[in-house]
Design a protein around this ligand. Structure first.
Ligand code: ZN
Length: 464
Protein backbone atom coordinates (compact mmCIF):
# COMPACT_ATOMS: atom_id res chain seq x y z
CA UNK A 1 0.00 0.00 0.00
CA UNK A 2 1.24 3.42 -0.82
CA UNK A 3 -1.43 5.68 0.56
CA UNK A 4 -2.02 6.89 4.08
CA UNK A 5 -5.41 6.63 5.84
CA UNK A 6 -8.03 8.95 4.45
CA UNK A 7 -8.00 12.48 5.81
CA UNK A 8 -10.94 13.07 8.18
CA UNK A 9 -13.86 14.75 6.50
CA UNK A 10 -14.17 18.38 7.55
CA UNK A 11 -17.31 19.02 9.54
CA UNK A 12 -19.80 21.19 7.71
CA UNK A 13 -20.34 24.36 9.73
CA UNK A 14 -23.41 26.49 9.95
CA UNK A 15 -24.26 29.36 12.22
CA UNK A 16 -27.52 27.84 13.35
CA UNK A 17 -27.62 25.01 15.86
CA UNK A 18 -29.88 22.26 14.62
CA UNK A 19 -30.36 20.53 17.93
CA UNK A 20 -29.15 20.34 21.49
CA UNK A 21 -28.68 17.15 23.49
CA UNK A 22 -28.13 16.77 27.19
CA UNK A 23 -26.50 13.61 28.52
CA UNK A 24 -26.94 12.61 32.14
CA UNK A 25 -23.42 11.15 31.80
CA UNK A 26 -21.15 10.93 28.75
CA UNK A 27 -17.99 8.93 28.04
CA UNK A 28 -15.54 11.31 26.40
CA UNK A 29 -12.76 8.76 25.76
CA UNK A 30 -10.11 7.11 27.95
CA UNK A 31 -11.32 6.98 31.53
CA UNK A 32 -13.09 10.34 31.26
CA UNK A 33 -16.79 10.22 32.15
CA UNK A 34 -18.48 13.57 32.77
CA UNK A 35 -21.93 14.37 34.15
CA UNK A 36 -24.40 16.90 32.77
CA UNK A 37 -22.91 17.06 29.27
CA UNK A 38 -24.59 19.40 26.76
CA UNK A 39 -23.83 18.67 23.10
CA UNK A 40 -24.87 21.04 20.32
CA UNK A 41 -25.28 19.66 16.81
CA UNK A 42 -25.44 21.25 13.35
CA UNK A 43 -25.87 19.42 10.07
CA UNK A 44 -25.29 16.08 11.76
CA UNK A 45 -21.97 17.09 13.32
CA UNK A 46 -21.04 17.97 16.90
CA UNK A 47 -20.42 21.68 17.38
CA UNK A 48 -19.71 21.84 21.10
CA UNK A 49 -19.37 19.49 24.08
CA UNK A 50 -19.75 21.10 27.51
CA UNK A 51 -19.63 19.15 30.78
CA UNK A 52 -21.12 20.06 34.16
CA UNK A 53 -24.24 21.76 32.82
CA UNK A 54 -27.90 21.73 33.71
CA UNK A 55 -30.18 20.57 30.91
CA UNK A 56 -31.09 23.46 28.59
CA UNK A 57 -34.85 23.87 28.24
CA UNK A 58 -34.83 22.92 24.55
CA UNK A 59 -32.48 19.95 24.88
CA UNK A 60 -33.28 16.34 24.02
CA UNK A 61 -32.42 14.36 27.13
CA UNK A 62 -30.32 11.22 26.98
CA UNK A 63 -30.56 9.23 30.23
CA UNK A 64 -27.84 6.98 31.63
CA UNK A 65 -24.35 6.93 30.16
CA UNK A 66 -23.99 8.14 26.57
CA UNK A 67 -21.22 6.67 24.44
CA UNK A 68 -20.36 7.32 20.77
CA UNK A 69 -22.05 5.28 18.04
CA UNK A 70 -20.51 1.85 17.59
CA UNK A 71 -19.00 0.55 14.35
CA UNK A 72 -19.74 -3.08 13.54
CA UNK A 73 -16.73 -3.80 11.36
CA UNK A 74 -17.72 -7.22 10.04
CA UNK A 75 -21.18 -8.39 9.00
CA UNK A 76 -22.77 -10.89 6.65
CA UNK A 77 -26.40 -9.80 7.03
CA UNK A 78 -27.95 -12.97 5.64
CA UNK A 79 -26.15 -15.22 8.14
CA UNK A 80 -28.61 -13.84 10.71
CA UNK A 81 -31.16 -16.32 9.29
CA UNK A 82 -29.11 -19.20 10.70
CA UNK A 83 -29.29 -18.03 14.32
CA UNK A 84 -30.51 -20.90 16.53
CA UNK A 85 -30.89 -23.20 13.51
CA UNK A 86 -27.35 -24.57 13.60
CA UNK A 87 -27.05 -25.42 17.28
CA UNK A 88 -28.17 -29.06 17.34
CA UNK A 89 -25.64 -31.14 15.50
CA UNK A 90 -21.94 -31.37 16.20
CA UNK A 91 -19.87 -30.32 13.23
CA UNK A 92 -17.30 -27.79 12.15
CA UNK A 93 -17.00 -24.45 10.46
CA UNK A 94 -17.33 -26.34 7.18
CA UNK A 95 -20.61 -28.13 8.05
CA UNK A 96 -21.99 -24.79 9.29
CA UNK A 97 -20.97 -23.31 5.95
CA UNK A 98 -23.04 -25.92 4.06
CA UNK A 99 -26.15 -24.74 5.94
CA UNK A 100 -25.25 -21.12 5.25
CA UNK A 101 -24.92 -21.85 1.54
CA UNK A 102 -28.44 -23.29 1.43
CA UNK A 103 -29.78 -19.94 2.69
CA UNK A 104 -27.54 -18.06 0.25
CA UNK A 105 -28.95 -20.05 -2.65
CA UNK A 106 -32.52 -18.84 -2.02
CA UNK A 107 -32.11 -15.08 -1.67
CA UNK A 108 -33.17 -12.59 -4.34
CA UNK A 109 -32.89 -8.78 -4.23
CA UNK A 110 -36.29 -8.36 -2.53
CA UNK A 111 -35.75 -10.97 0.16
CA UNK A 112 -32.12 -9.82 0.64
CA UNK A 113 -33.40 -6.27 1.22
CA UNK A 114 -36.11 -7.34 3.67
CA UNK A 115 -33.78 -9.58 5.68
CA UNK A 116 -30.98 -6.99 5.76
CA UNK A 117 -33.35 -4.20 6.81
CA UNK A 118 -34.43 -6.29 9.79
CA UNK A 119 -30.84 -7.15 10.69
CA UNK A 120 -29.70 -3.53 10.40
CA UNK A 121 -32.68 -2.45 12.51
CA UNK A 122 -31.54 -4.97 15.13
CA UNK A 123 -28.06 -3.42 14.93
CA UNK A 124 -29.47 0.09 15.41
CA UNK A 125 -31.38 -1.07 18.47
CA UNK A 126 -28.08 -2.28 19.96
CA UNK A 127 -26.21 1.01 19.42
CA UNK A 128 -24.49 0.26 16.10
CA UNK A 129 -24.43 3.34 13.84
CA UNK A 130 -22.15 2.03 11.05
CA UNK A 131 -21.90 -1.47 9.62
CA UNK A 132 -19.30 -3.01 7.36
CA UNK A 133 -21.13 -5.46 5.14
CA UNK A 134 -18.75 -8.06 3.68
CA UNK A 135 -20.94 -8.63 0.64
CA UNK A 136 -20.33 -11.45 -1.82
CA UNK A 137 -23.83 -12.56 -2.83
CA UNK A 138 -23.57 -10.68 -6.11
CA UNK A 139 -25.36 -12.58 -8.86
CA UNK A 140 -28.49 -14.62 -9.56
CA UNK A 141 -28.46 -18.40 -8.99
CA UNK A 142 -26.04 -20.01 -11.41
CA UNK A 143 -23.91 -16.86 -11.50
CA UNK A 144 -25.91 -14.92 -14.11
CA UNK A 145 -25.67 -11.18 -13.42
CA UNK A 146 -28.90 -9.33 -12.67
CA UNK A 147 -30.01 -6.62 -15.14
CA UNK A 148 -28.09 -4.25 -12.89
CA UNK A 149 -25.05 -6.35 -11.84
CA UNK A 150 -25.05 -4.49 -8.49
CA UNK A 151 -28.70 -5.07 -7.72
CA UNK A 152 -27.93 -7.10 -4.59
CA UNK A 153 -25.54 -4.39 -3.34
CA UNK A 154 -28.17 -1.72 -3.90
CA UNK A 155 -30.62 -3.84 -1.86
CA UNK A 156 -28.20 -3.54 1.07
CA UNK A 157 -27.89 0.22 0.56
CA UNK A 158 -31.68 0.59 0.75
CA UNK A 159 -31.83 -1.68 3.80
CA UNK A 160 -29.26 0.36 5.73
CA UNK A 161 -30.89 3.66 4.76
CA UNK A 162 -34.32 2.42 5.86
CA UNK A 163 -32.87 1.14 9.14
CA UNK A 164 -31.17 4.51 9.74
CA UNK A 165 -27.52 3.40 9.93
CA UNK A 166 -24.47 4.10 7.75
CA UNK A 167 -23.17 1.37 5.47
CA UNK A 168 -19.67 0.55 4.36
CA UNK A 169 -20.35 -1.81 1.48
CA UNK A 170 -17.26 -4.02 1.34
CA UNK A 171 -17.76 -5.43 -2.11
CA UNK A 172 -16.06 -8.79 -1.99
CA UNK A 173 -14.00 -10.41 -4.71
CA UNK A 174 -14.63 -14.17 -4.54
CA UNK A 175 -13.34 -16.20 -7.47
CA UNK A 176 -12.05 -19.57 -6.28
CA UNK A 177 -12.80 -22.31 -3.78
CA UNK A 178 -9.32 -23.24 -2.53
CA UNK A 179 -5.84 -21.74 -2.16
CA UNK A 180 -4.71 -23.59 -5.30
CA UNK A 181 -7.16 -21.50 -7.37
CA UNK A 182 -9.74 -24.27 -7.89
CA UNK A 183 -12.90 -22.81 -9.46
CA UNK A 184 -15.99 -22.00 -7.42
CA UNK A 185 -18.08 -25.08 -6.62
CA UNK A 186 -21.35 -25.82 -8.36
CA UNK A 187 -24.35 -24.46 -6.45
CA UNK A 188 -24.58 -21.27 -4.39
CA UNK A 189 -20.86 -20.42 -4.75
CA UNK A 190 -21.54 -19.63 -8.41
CA UNK A 191 -23.43 -16.55 -7.23
CA UNK A 192 -20.29 -15.06 -5.68
CA UNK A 193 -17.99 -14.96 -8.70
CA UNK A 194 -17.20 -12.25 -11.27
CA UNK A 195 -14.81 -14.41 -13.30
CA UNK A 196 -11.67 -12.34 -12.74
CA UNK A 197 -10.26 -9.52 -10.67
CA UNK A 198 -10.58 -7.21 -13.68
CA UNK A 199 -14.28 -7.99 -14.08
CA UNK A 200 -14.81 -7.59 -10.34
CA UNK A 201 -13.19 -4.11 -10.51
CA UNK A 202 -15.35 -3.08 -13.48
CA UNK A 203 -18.52 -3.99 -11.61
CA UNK A 204 -17.39 -2.23 -8.42
CA UNK A 205 -16.36 0.86 -10.41
CA UNK A 206 -19.97 1.21 -11.49
CA UNK A 207 -21.22 0.65 -7.94
CA UNK A 208 -18.89 3.36 -6.61
CA UNK A 209 -20.08 5.77 -9.32
CA UNK A 210 -23.73 5.02 -8.51
CA UNK A 211 -23.14 5.71 -4.82
CA UNK A 212 -20.64 8.55 -5.11
CA UNK A 213 -23.06 11.18 -3.83
CA UNK A 214 -24.68 8.99 -1.19
CA UNK A 215 -24.03 10.66 2.17
CA UNK A 216 -24.30 7.50 4.26
CA UNK A 217 -22.48 4.90 2.18
CA UNK A 218 -18.78 4.17 1.69
CA UNK A 219 -17.88 1.62 -0.97
CA UNK A 220 -14.92 -0.48 0.15
CA UNK A 221 -13.22 -3.56 -1.20
CA UNK A 222 -12.71 -7.05 0.15
CA UNK A 223 -10.60 -10.05 -0.75
CA UNK A 224 -12.71 -12.94 0.48
CA UNK A 225 -9.72 -14.96 1.72
CA UNK A 226 -6.62 -16.72 0.43
CA UNK A 227 -8.89 -19.52 -0.74
CA UNK A 228 -11.48 -17.19 -2.30
CA UNK A 229 -9.12 -15.17 -4.50
CA UNK A 230 -6.13 -16.63 -6.43
CA UNK A 231 -2.89 -14.79 -5.69
CA UNK A 232 -2.62 -13.62 -9.30
CA UNK A 233 -5.98 -11.84 -9.03
CA UNK A 234 -5.39 -10.13 -5.67
CA UNK A 235 -3.46 -7.12 -7.04
CA UNK A 236 -6.58 -5.99 -8.95
CA UNK A 237 -8.48 -5.65 -5.68
CA UNK A 238 -5.55 -3.99 -3.92
CA UNK A 239 -5.15 -1.50 -6.78
CA UNK A 240 -8.86 -0.66 -6.76
CA UNK A 241 -8.79 0.03 -3.00
CA UNK A 242 -5.62 2.11 -3.36
CA UNK A 243 -6.93 4.23 -6.20
CA UNK A 244 -10.18 4.91 -4.33
CA UNK A 245 -8.47 5.31 -0.93
CA UNK A 246 -11.07 2.80 0.23
CA UNK A 247 -11.09 0.37 3.15
CA UNK A 248 -9.81 -3.10 2.20
CA UNK A 249 -10.97 -6.04 4.32
CA UNK A 250 -10.01 -9.70 4.13
CA UNK A 251 -10.86 -12.88 6.05
CA UNK A 252 -7.52 -14.07 7.34
CA UNK A 253 -6.21 -16.94 9.44
CA UNK A 254 -9.59 -18.02 10.85
CA UNK A 255 -9.25 -21.76 10.32
CA UNK A 256 -6.12 -23.86 10.88
CA UNK A 257 -7.05 -26.18 8.01
CA UNK A 258 -7.13 -23.22 5.64
CA UNK A 259 -3.71 -22.10 6.85
CA UNK A 260 -2.36 -25.63 6.33
CA UNK A 261 -3.65 -25.64 2.73
CA UNK A 262 -2.21 -22.17 2.12
CA UNK A 263 1.19 -23.32 3.42
CA UNK A 264 1.04 -26.43 1.24
CA UNK A 265 0.24 -24.47 -1.92
CA UNK A 266 2.14 -21.22 -1.39
CA UNK A 267 4.74 -22.08 1.23
CA UNK A 268 3.61 -19.03 3.20
CA UNK A 269 0.94 -18.10 5.72
CA UNK A 270 -2.15 -16.14 4.59
CA UNK A 271 -0.69 -12.98 6.18
CA UNK A 272 2.55 -13.44 4.23
CA UNK A 273 0.57 -13.93 1.01
CA UNK A 274 -1.30 -10.69 1.68
CA UNK A 275 1.97 -8.91 2.47
CA UNK A 276 3.54 -10.06 -0.78
CA UNK A 277 0.65 -8.77 -2.93
CA UNK A 278 0.75 -5.38 -1.18
CA UNK A 279 -2.55 -5.88 0.60
CA UNK A 280 -1.36 -4.90 4.09
CA UNK A 281 -1.48 -1.30 5.30
CA UNK A 282 -3.34 1.13 7.57
CA UNK A 283 -6.54 1.03 5.47
CA UNK A 284 -6.60 -2.79 5.58
CA UNK A 285 -8.46 -4.87 8.15
CA UNK A 286 -7.55 -8.53 8.62
CA UNK A 287 -10.77 -10.11 9.88
CA UNK A 288 -10.34 -12.82 12.56
CA UNK A 289 -6.49 -12.92 12.62
CA UNK A 290 -6.91 -15.89 14.94
CA UNK A 291 -3.95 -18.16 14.20
CA UNK A 292 -0.86 -16.00 13.65
CA UNK A 293 2.86 -16.73 13.66
CA UNK A 294 5.46 -14.34 15.07
CA UNK A 295 6.25 -13.37 11.50
CA UNK A 296 2.56 -12.60 10.84
CA UNK A 297 2.45 -10.36 13.92
CA UNK A 298 5.53 -8.51 12.72
CA UNK A 299 4.05 -8.05 9.23
CA UNK A 300 0.78 -6.69 10.65
CA UNK A 301 2.62 -4.38 13.03
CA UNK A 302 5.16 -2.96 10.59
CA UNK A 303 2.48 -2.29 7.98
CA UNK A 304 0.02 -0.71 10.44
CA UNK A 305 -2.66 -3.19 9.37
CA UNK A 306 -5.80 -3.32 11.49
CA UNK A 307 -7.58 -6.45 12.73
CA UNK A 308 -11.22 -7.22 13.45
CA UNK A 309 -12.08 -9.81 16.09
CA UNK A 310 -15.52 -11.45 16.01
CA UNK A 311 -15.42 -13.44 19.26
CA UNK A 312 -19.06 -14.58 19.42
CA UNK A 313 -18.82 -16.03 15.91
CA UNK A 314 -15.32 -17.41 16.49
CA UNK A 315 -16.55 -19.22 19.59
CA UNK A 316 -19.77 -20.32 17.87
CA UNK A 317 -17.76 -21.91 15.05
CA UNK A 318 -14.99 -23.25 17.25
CA UNK A 319 -12.32 -21.20 15.49
CA UNK A 320 -9.97 -20.43 18.34
CA UNK A 321 -8.74 -17.41 20.31
CA UNK A 322 -6.64 -14.77 18.57
CA UNK A 323 -3.61 -13.01 20.14
CA UNK A 324 -5.39 -9.80 21.17
CA UNK A 325 -2.72 -8.37 23.51
CA UNK A 326 0.04 -8.73 20.89
CA UNK A 327 -2.16 -7.15 18.23
CA UNK A 328 -3.20 -4.29 20.51
CA UNK A 329 0.47 -3.61 21.19
CA UNK A 330 1.04 -3.37 17.44
CA UNK A 331 -0.67 -0.03 17.06
CA UNK A 332 -3.04 -0.83 14.17
CA UNK A 333 -6.80 -0.44 14.51
CA UNK A 334 -8.47 -3.12 16.64
CA UNK A 335 -12.14 -3.40 15.72
CA UNK A 336 -15.01 -5.78 16.48
CA UNK A 337 -17.67 -7.43 14.35
CA UNK A 338 -20.77 -9.54 14.86
CA UNK A 339 -19.94 -11.44 11.63
CA UNK A 340 -22.42 -14.35 11.47
CA UNK A 341 -24.74 -12.67 14.01
CA UNK A 342 -24.87 -15.60 16.40
CA UNK A 343 -25.74 -12.60 18.58
CA UNK A 344 -25.65 -8.88 17.79
CA UNK A 345 -24.20 -7.23 20.87
CA UNK A 346 -20.90 -5.36 20.59
CA UNK A 347 -20.66 -5.12 24.39
CA UNK A 348 -20.52 -8.93 24.40
CA UNK A 349 -17.91 -8.91 21.61
CA UNK A 350 -15.82 -6.38 23.58
CA UNK A 351 -15.85 -8.26 26.87
CA UNK A 352 -15.26 -11.56 25.11
CA UNK A 353 -11.84 -10.34 23.93
CA UNK A 354 -10.77 -9.95 27.54
CA UNK A 355 -12.63 -12.93 28.97
CA UNK A 356 -11.30 -15.32 26.31
CA UNK A 357 -7.82 -14.06 27.15
CA UNK A 358 -8.46 -14.75 30.83
CA UNK A 359 -9.50 -18.34 30.05
CA UNK A 360 -6.46 -18.90 27.92
CA UNK A 361 -3.98 -17.38 30.40
CA UNK A 362 -5.78 -18.14 33.65
CA UNK A 363 -5.09 -14.52 34.57
CA UNK A 364 -7.34 -11.45 34.90
CA UNK A 365 -7.18 -7.85 33.79
CA UNK A 366 -5.22 -8.13 30.54
CA UNK A 367 -7.11 -5.52 28.44
CA UNK A 368 -8.98 -2.70 30.18
CA UNK A 369 -12.57 -1.65 29.53
CA UNK A 370 -11.66 1.71 28.01
CA UNK A 371 -9.55 0.06 25.31
CA UNK A 372 -12.29 -2.46 24.59
CA UNK A 373 -14.90 0.30 24.33
CA UNK A 374 -12.63 2.20 21.95
CA UNK A 375 -12.48 -0.94 19.79
CA UNK A 376 -16.28 -0.94 19.57
CA UNK A 377 -16.49 2.77 18.80
CA UNK A 378 -13.55 4.77 17.39
CA UNK A 379 -11.55 1.89 15.91
CA UNK A 380 -14.66 0.27 14.43
CA UNK A 381 -15.74 3.47 12.73
CA UNK A 382 -12.24 4.12 11.35
CA UNK A 383 -11.90 0.57 10.04
CA UNK A 384 -15.00 1.28 7.96
CA UNK A 385 -13.71 4.57 6.56
CA UNK A 386 -15.75 6.81 8.88
CA UNK A 387 -12.78 8.73 10.24
CA UNK A 388 -15.06 11.46 11.57
CA UNK A 389 -17.06 9.20 13.90
CA UNK A 390 -16.55 7.25 17.10
CA UNK A 391 -15.79 9.86 19.76
CA UNK A 392 -17.85 12.62 21.40
CA UNK A 393 -15.83 15.62 20.30
CA UNK A 394 -16.45 18.82 18.31
CA UNK A 395 -16.16 18.21 14.57
CA UNK A 396 -17.19 14.55 14.78
CA UNK A 397 -20.46 13.02 13.60
CA UNK A 398 -23.31 13.34 16.07
CA UNK A 399 -23.74 9.64 16.89
CA UNK A 400 -25.00 9.08 20.43
CA UNK A 401 -25.85 5.83 22.20
CA UNK A 402 -27.52 6.08 25.60
CA UNK A 403 -26.99 3.05 27.83
CA UNK A 404 -29.20 2.35 30.85
CA UNK A 405 -27.02 2.17 33.96
CA UNK A 406 -29.97 1.44 36.25
CA UNK A 407 -31.27 -1.76 34.61
CA UNK A 408 -31.37 -5.10 36.38
CA UNK A 409 -27.97 -5.84 34.82
CA UNK A 410 -26.25 -2.52 35.39
CA UNK A 411 -27.81 -1.15 38.60
CA UNK A 412 -25.16 -0.21 41.13
CA UNK A 413 -22.32 -0.50 38.61
CA UNK A 414 -22.00 3.23 38.02
CA UNK A 415 -21.39 5.45 35.00
CA UNK A 416 -18.16 3.75 33.97
CA UNK A 417 -16.69 2.00 30.93
CA UNK A 418 -16.37 -1.10 33.13
CA UNK A 419 -20.14 -1.22 33.72
CA UNK A 420 -20.80 -0.87 29.99
CA UNK A 421 -18.27 -3.45 28.83
CA UNK A 422 -18.55 -6.06 31.57
CA UNK A 423 -22.20 -5.81 32.67
CA UNK A 424 -24.42 -4.15 30.06
CA UNK A 425 -26.08 -6.01 27.23
CA UNK A 426 -27.48 -4.76 23.95
CA UNK A 427 -30.88 -4.65 25.69
CA UNK A 428 -29.61 -1.78 27.85
CA UNK A 429 -29.36 0.59 24.87
CA UNK A 430 -32.28 3.00 25.20
CA UNK A 431 -31.66 5.74 22.62
CA UNK A 432 -29.59 5.92 19.45
CA UNK A 433 -28.85 9.02 17.39
CA UNK A 434 -27.13 8.75 13.99
CA UNK A 435 -25.74 11.90 12.35
CA UNK A 436 -27.97 13.98 14.63
CA UNK A 437 -31.16 12.03 13.79
CA UNK A 438 -32.97 9.93 16.41
CA UNK A 439 -33.11 6.32 15.15
CA UNK A 440 -34.00 4.57 18.40
CA UNK A 441 -36.07 6.25 21.10
CA UNK A 442 -36.83 4.59 24.43
CA UNK A 443 -35.79 1.18 23.05
CA UNK A 444 -38.03 1.46 19.96
CA UNK A 445 -36.82 1.80 16.40
CA UNK A 446 -38.30 5.00 15.01
CA UNK A 447 -38.78 3.95 11.35
CA UNK A 448 -39.00 0.14 11.74
CA UNK A 449 -41.17 -0.14 14.85
CA UNK A 450 -42.06 -3.79 14.16
CA UNK A 451 -38.47 -4.86 13.39
CA UNK A 452 -38.70 -8.16 15.29
CA UNK A 453 -41.87 -9.25 13.50
CA UNK A 454 -40.43 -8.27 10.12
CA UNK A 455 -37.23 -10.15 10.82
CA UNK A 456 -39.17 -13.23 11.91
CA UNK A 457 -41.22 -13.18 8.71
CA UNK A 458 -38.13 -12.74 6.52
CA UNK A 459 -36.31 -15.65 8.12
CA UNK A 460 -39.41 -17.84 8.11
CA UNK A 461 -39.90 -17.23 4.39
CA UNK A 462 -36.24 -17.92 3.63
CA UNK A 463 -35.94 -21.14 5.61
CA UNK A 464 -39.51 -22.30 5.14
ZN1 ZN B 1 -16.94 -13.18 7.78
Amino acid sequence: MTTAPAVPVAAPRTESTDSTWWCEYAWLGGDLVESGVTITVADGYILTVTAGTDAPADAHRLPGLTIPGMGNAHSHAFHRALRSHTQRERGTFWTWRDTMYRAAGRLDPDSYYALARGVYAEMALTGITSVGEFHYLHHAPGGTPYADPNEMGHALVRAAADAGIRLTLLDTCYLSSAPDGSPLAEGPQQRFGDGSGVDWALRVDQLAKDLDAHPNVVVGAAIHSVRGVPIAQMPEVVAWADSHRAPLHVHSSEQTSEIDRCLAVHGRTPTAVLRDVGALGPRTTAVHATHLTKGDLTDLKTSGTGVCFCPTTERDLGDGIGPAPALLAGGGLFSLGSDSHAVIDLFEEARAVELDERLGRRERGVIDAQRLLRAATLDGQKALGWDDAGILRAGMRADFVAVDIASIRTAGGGATPENIVFAASAADVTDVVVDGRPVVTERRHVTVPDAAAQLGRSIGALLG
